[in-house]
Design a protein around this ligand. Structure first.
Ligand SMILES: [Fe+2]
Length: 291
């Protein structure tokens, strides 16, 4: 097995693994270590069934549910409780999956729950001729490189995470908290495995900083959203069919670039449920300053 970094920002490719085969404990330990070191791991040229994808995912925890308030899992679609088809494919004019079209702003999956997803695993099955890339922003680096006065202002603060399902570009209006889940999480989030603090806010889902005036909260969040999308923190993944990407939702945010509506795009998503409570992290120091 070979671990090859994908960028200076975040992510690594794992080579020499075929997910159709049974993986040894040693291989799984190496994959998990790379996942913690790089936050995103990419395995290319995989040709796997849903069952093989599930088998791999289950090495990292229980599968997350897609159940939404007021909707039973088996009403979602034929793929059942754990599987989300991220696709624009339509049958009889109706999208057969979720999040069908266009650009999506940065977010961490299910950040609006008390227990957000620990990890997300996407497997590419059909892709358009251009676009639909996934941008990954390193939450550790974003946190560490905030201006020192901003770190102090955010120390101990929580941010409210809210999302209306189906929205891909946050509008200026407030999300509807009556009908959609929301949860306040620490802005500096401690990763349970690495101990490092990550910036846990995102343009798509973070609505306000708890305990601040609206003006101050809006101003700071706008700065944080611009900060986290800077290219030095971001790896852009150009998908190829057969790519399996697993990212850590506790220390990264991701976004999607636009792609043609009239070309098919289909990825198969599983999430790994987190069972560890979200914990406040220490104010991060810059690695460079400490050296
Ligand atoms: Fe997502």
């Amino acid at each position: 097995m070979e671990i090859v970094p994908l960028s200076d920002a975040v992510g690594a490719e794992i080579r020499g693994v075929d997910l159709r085969e049974t993986l040894t404990t040693e291989m799984l330990d190496q994959i998990e270590a790379a996942f913690h070191d790089y936050a995103i791991v990419v395995l290319r040229d995989q040709d796997i069934t849903l069952e093989q994808q599930k088998t791999f995912a289950l090495h990292f925890g229980e599968l997350g549910s897609r159940a939404r308030p007021g909707k039973k899992p088996n009403e979602l679609d034929e793929y059942g409780e754990h599987v989300m088809l991220v696709t624009n494919v339509r049958e009889n004019g109706k999208a057969i999956g979720s999040l069908p079209d266009g650009e999506m702003t940065f977010h961490a999956d299910t950040a609006y729950f008390e227990f957000p997803s620990k990890a997300t695993m996407l497997y590419a099955m059909e892709l358009p001729s251009w676009g639909g890339n996934t941008l990954f922003s390193n939450g550790y680096a974003a946190a560490e490189h905030l201006p020192e006065d901003m770190k102090r202002r955010l120390d101990g603060k929580k941010a409210m995470q809210v999302y209306e399902y189906g929205t891909t570009l946050k509008t200026k209006e407030k999300y509807d908290r009556e009908n959609f889940p929301y949860y306040a999480h620490p802005i500096f989030r401690k990763h349970p495995a690495t101990g490092r603090s990550a910036l846990f806010v995102s343009e798509l889902m973070t609505e306000e900083i708890v305990g601040m005036s609206k003006e101050e909260s809006d101003e700071i969040l706008a700065q944080l959203f611009e900060h986290q999308k800077q290219s030095e923190f971001v790896y852009e993944h150009e998908w190829k069919v057969g790519d399996l990407v697993m990212w850590d939702n506790r220390c990264t945010n991701h976004a999607r670039t636009d792609f043609p509506r009239d070309e098919r795009r289909m990825l198969r998503r599983l999430t790994i449920q987190d069972t560890t409570p979200v914990v406040e992290g220490a104010v991060p120091y810059t690695q460079a300053a400490a050296e």
